[in-house]
Structures are given as structure tokens and as C-alpha cells.
Write a protein of this length. Structure first.
Length: 272
């Protein structure tokens, strides 16, 4: 189940912080993409595990603009918010937790248990996070921090915290991926010999963060994030895993190949 909101348009350089400006523009032009903004999808995933409906990532809600097709898409598959048993968040940025809060300020998924990484919860929710590392205006940073706290407030009392690397359910394992945030996790869904890796915010767009290894500006710890990216991309390439990127162009699915100079993204076609 993938959510395709209309995300805010941001300058591409934010997501390729160390890219030479002229080279970035040329890469975007050759891919027939705009050079003055970058559109990002928000691809959530709905699983059924042992009779439980599990939502990986909640999406942005209205925290980052007029987004939000998640609930319409759930209804189109015959699933209501009341049917969700578990919501697992990779990290607590607004575009991953915004839909935890309903429009009336209550729990958007009234029956669901919500799980979030403990290090992120401590940094973004329990504390007053220093977001000076983010390459955005100060007003955006203040709104960003406030949106996190507001989004998770309805679920805070019953939140279940996990350590990245833990198994959530049989067939759903988290992989430690700190760097973008203190506690970010990626997800490995596995059944028999099949594997699906959800990369959360390891990369924003394959063109600038996989085909080119430019570093995303929103990474809190640039060096740690780069090390994490290489470790997980190497694993995905070696095991020929199917990969789902949270922000990649719909349907967000593909595979990562190892090349002489880094990596290459091979998108999977949409199967009707």
C-alpha cells in the first residue's frame, strides 16, 4: 500500500548537499527533471503478518503541505484506519509521523499500537532538538520540530519504543541506520526466500543519492549517514534484494547494483 501525496517542492540542492551546482543541474536536465525543485513521493507499505495489519510509516498528513492520499488508498483496498493493528515508524520526522494525528487531534489509527526508535524519541520528542544542521530557513526548522511533537502527541502515552536492529514480528526486522537521525531504522520484510528492503531516508532520490553518491543535506551526522548508506546499499546489492525507497518515484521499487564507481538504481516496472 503506497501513499502518493503531493509533497512540497524543495530545491534539489537540499538533497544533494555536496553536489557541484553546475553538475547537479546537468544531471537533472539529462534526466528530464526540473532544476529548480524536486518532487518526492511518500511510499508507505501495508503488510499482513499472522492476521495483523501492519503499516510501515504513517506519512506526512498535512505537516508539510496539502498532502495525503494514505487514507483514501487504504479505503480503496477495503481497509479502514480502525483495521490497522500496528504502525511502525523508521524515524520521527514529520513526513513519517504526520498521519498519526487525526484532523480532530485524536489517534488516526485508534486500535493500533505505534512503535518508534527510542533514540529518535528521546532526541525529537522528549528533548528540544537542535536542528541547526538542517539546510532550511529557521522558521521551517521551528515548524518542523513543532510538527513532530504535535503529530505524536495522541500516541505518546502508549508508544512502544524499539532499538534499531530488533525484530518487530516474524518476517519484519529492523536494521540500524543511524546518521540521518540518531535512531533511524530501515526495514527488512522477509518470507521464505523473498526479501524486501525499505530504505527509509537513506536516499531521497535515486538519481542524486544512488546513481550519484551525493550526501543529503538533512542528514544530522553526515559521516555516519554515509557509512550507513554504503553498508546497507552493499547488502542490498550483494543479496539482489528488492528495494522500496520511501521518497523514490512511484512505485518506488527497484534494485541496487554495485558498479566500479558506486551504485546504480534499476527501477522495477509497475505490475497491474
Amino acid at each position: 500500500m503506497r501513499n502518493q501525496p503531493r509533497p512540497p517542492r524543495r530545491t534539489p540542492g537540499i538533497y544533494a548537499g555536496d553536489a557541484p551546482e553546475a553538475e547537479l543541474e546537468e544531471v537533472l536536465r539529462r534526466a528530464f527533471l526540473p532544476t529548480d525543485f524536486m518532487t518526492l513521493n511518500l511510499n508507505t507499505l501495508l503488510l499482513e503478518i499472522d492476521g495483523r495489519r501492519v503499516l510501515l510509516e504513517a506519512g506526512a498528513g498535512t505537516t508539510m503541505g496539502p498532502n495525503g492520499r494514505l487514507f483514501d488508498n487504504l479505503r480503496a483496498t477495503g481497509v479502514s484506519p480502525e483495521d490497522i493493528d500496528l504502525v511502525v515508524i523508521s524515524h520521527t520526522h514529520p513526513d513519517h509521523v504526520g498521519n498519526l494525528r487525526s484532523t480532530d487531534g485524536g489517534r488516526a489509527f485508534p486500535r493500533a499500537t505505534t512503535m518508534a526508535p527510542s533514540a529518535d524519541w528521546a532526541f525529537f520528542v522528549e528533548g528540544e532538538p537542535d536542528l541547526s544542521y538542517m539546510p532550511v530557513p529557521e522558521e521551517f526548522r521551528r515548524r518542523f520540530a513543532a510538527n513532530i511533537k504535535q503529530s505524536v502527541e495522541p500516541v505518546a502515552q502508549g508508544i512502544e519504543l524499539y532499538e534499531a536492529g530488533a525484530e518487530i514480528l516474524p518476517g519484519l526486522t529492523t536494521i540500524a541506520a543511524s546518521g540521518h537521525t540518531p535512531g533511524m531504522a530501515t526495514f527488512l520484510v522477509h518470507s521464505g526466500g523473498d526479501q524486501l528492503l525499505l530504505t527509509a531516508d537513506l536516499a531521497y532520490h535515486p538519481l542524486v543519492n544512488i546513481d550519484r553518491l551525493w550526501r543529503p543535506g538533512p542528514d544530522r551526522d553526515q559521516e555516519a549517514a554515509a557509512t550507513t548508506r554504503q553498508r546497507i546499499f552493499d547488502q542490498a546489492a550483494a543479496d539482489r534484494m528488492l528495494v522500496l525507497g520511501f521518497h523514490y518515484p512511484f512505485p518506488g521499487l527497484g534494485r541496487i547494483l554495485r558498479t566500479d564507481t558506486g551504485y546504480s538504481w534499476v527501477p522495477a516496472g509497475w505490475q497491474f
